[in-house]
Design a protein. Structure first.
Length: 560
């Protein structure tokens, strides 16, 4: 969409779309770099969640060196965490047994001793406070819905974004609380939308950013917060899990993090390149909690929160070109996650800081709307690239199955640690997008899942309730079908309707019209349940579902 005079307009030197840790790190570093250069640079962050942190979900462990680089005096700023990892372990799970991997055999590159055990939503809220104190303008509850280009030419640079213009309800009538979108213009715009960002995807296509990159790979991560009895709680303990329940079905892994105040975070990341359309990542997570190791831990506890979110996992070979005319991709929107390490916050923040420095330098030179090639070069020379490059062959190794993948990954990690990585310089590639890996239901066994006991395992509806998800009922559906007939003509007969299973929130349901027994099944979309995880945008076999931002402030409200 080109510039228009029909909306209110606001101008900034630097605009950041997304108020997660990467976006806020970019805003903070931009202000710091401007101060160091003696320049007065205006910086704004637009975030669809309300408040800051509402849409931030992660395990999570934080490598504290990133705070040392961004905010050297952070320890005196009341950081929102108390515990660091003092006791960590890696376990291989069978159906009823667990084997602890000896610590000496775990490569240093995937250890986490001394890292902070955090709530990402709280960390993000805290970073937002630091950014505001530095003079950053934060616009929360506003969804950046459309790009703003200088003109209609195909390579016209990005000059800003338009916030959501949600003035019409589902019946086409103007809403009583109609608010026109606002144009936020900037010399440079950094996209920090997180995994599978709506605008990021548009720019990748428009500026051909992925032409020389391997296909991106994704995972769907689940997290629950529990309060457990004091005798079962060990602050500072971090456990990572491999094997059951995913072995033989999908790749991925789980975690157990003991936080403060008798809180424990448990989770499972399921890689979305699984083949069986009857697999339900949500139910695999519920199954994980039935293992004796977790069932004993959670006995007598109370579930306080639930959330799910996709994350990138393709590694360095899947990084697109990061800069384009007028802007750049940062954070998980660029694919900065170190998936084998189950971390991505520190790498995303560092990459964002490099992008901010490049943008401030360009602004100080009175450049505008060109390509920040300095960002690409700086990232290549940084420890972020080194860390991702060292892990580049772990994800592709998993195609050999659980045992073969474990041996291959271990070999790669150990050769890196003992300095022999240069003898194996090749980079394994990802062959197909996750959606293309799905096989027809008739060629795969049907997976059955046990009923929920409502003590340790729970259904989707009660889980979504704990995410505090809300959407205005009269807004347009933000989940679009490119071909409205494709679910009934392809997804259901060929794949058994996989969207009803890979969605962690029960958004998709096949029902018969009017409950008539002989009526054909049709797809119903319950958009009000959406957690904004974007799994449907990734895993739909025909790439027929498009996730777009709903009204600003809608969606989950993670406080855990």
């Amino acid at each position: 969409m080109t510039a228009t005079q029909q909306r209110e307009s606001m101008d900034y030197d630097l605009l950041i779309v997304g108020g997660g840790p990467a976006g806020l790190a970019a805003a903070l570093r931009a202000k710091q770099a401007a101060l160091a250069a003696g320049a007065d640079i205006s910086v704004a962050v637009v975030e669809k969640g309300a408040p800051i942190g509402a849409h931030s979900l992660s395990g999570a462990l934080l490598d504290l060196r990133i705070l040392d680089e961004l905010l050297p005096d952070w320890r005196g700023q009341a950081p929102p965490f108390k515990e660091t990892v003092a006791d960590e372990s890696l376990w291989l799970l069978g159906r009823t047994r667990a084997f602890r991997v000896p610590n000496w055999s775990v490569p240093k590159s995937i250890r986490h001793h001394g890292h902070a055990l955090i709530s990402l939503s709280r960390l993000t809220a805290w970073l937002g406070e630091q950014a505001e104190a530095c003079g950053v303008d934060l616009f929360t509850g506003f969804a950046a819905a459309l790009p703003l280009y200088a003109d209609d030419s195909p390579q016209s640079p990005l000059i800003g974004v338009i916030t959501g213009d949600f003035g019409v309800d589902r019946q086409g009538a103007q809403k009583s609380n109609y608010q026109p979108g606002v144009e936020l213009r900037a010399r440079y715009t950094l996209l920090a939308e997180g995994c599978r960002g709506h605008l990021s995807r548009l720019f990748e296509e428009r500026f051909h950013l992925r032409d020389s990159a391997a296909t991106q790979k994704y995972g769907l991560g689940f997290r629950e917060l529990w309060r457990i009895p004091a005798e079962q709680h060990h602050p500072g303990k971090a456990i990572h899990l491999l094997g059951w329940p995913l072995a033989g079905r999908a790749s991925g892994g789980g975690f157990i993090y003991h936080l403060d105040d008798q809180h424990v975070a448990i989770g499972l990341a399921v890689h979305l390149d699984y083949e069986n359309p009857s697999l339900s990542p949500f139910d695999e997570f519920q199954r994980l909690k039935t293992h004796p190791m977790l069932k004993t831990l959670l006995h007598g506890g109370e579930r306080l929160g639930y959330g799910a979110r996709t994350l990138t996992g393709g590694g360095v070979q899947s990084l697109p070109k990061l800069a384009f005319p007028g802007g750049a991709l940062i954070g998980d929107a660029a694919g900065m996650v170190n998936s084998p390490r189950m971390q991505g916050i520190h790498t995303s923040m560092k990459g964002a800081m490099l992008a901010a420095e490049a943008a401030v330098s360009a602004i100080a030179q009175r450049r505008a709307h060109d390509t920040l090639r300095e960002y690409n070069d700086a990232l290549r020379d940084s420890w972020v690239y080194d860390e991702l490059h060292a892990m580049r062959n772990i994800k592709p190794s998993l195609k050999h199955g659980f045992v073969g993948g474990l041996l291959s990954a271990g070999f790669h990690l150990w050769t890196q640690q003992i300095g022999l990585g240069r003898l194996f310089p090749w980079t394994l590639q990802h062959k197909a997008p996750d959606r293309q890996v799905l096989r027809p239901a008739a060629k795969m066994p049907t997976l059955d899942y046990p009923p929920y006991d409502n003590v340790t395992t729970f259904d989707r509806a009660s889980s979504v309730y704990l995410s505090r998800t809300q959407h205005e009922e009269d807004q347009p559906c933000h989940l679009h079908l490119v071909d409205a007939e494709l679910p009934e003509s392809l997804n259901l007969p060929c794949y058994g309707g996989p969207e009803r299973l890979y969605c962690p929130a029960g958004v998709y349901e096949y029902r018969r019209n009017n409950g008539t027994p002989d009526a054909p099944l049709t797809l119903r979309i319950h958009a009000a349940n959406c957690l904004h995880c974007k799994a449907c945008d990734i895993k739909d076999p025909a790439s027929n579902i498009r996730w777009t931002p709903p009204e600003g402030g809608n969606g989950p409200n993670y406080v855990m």
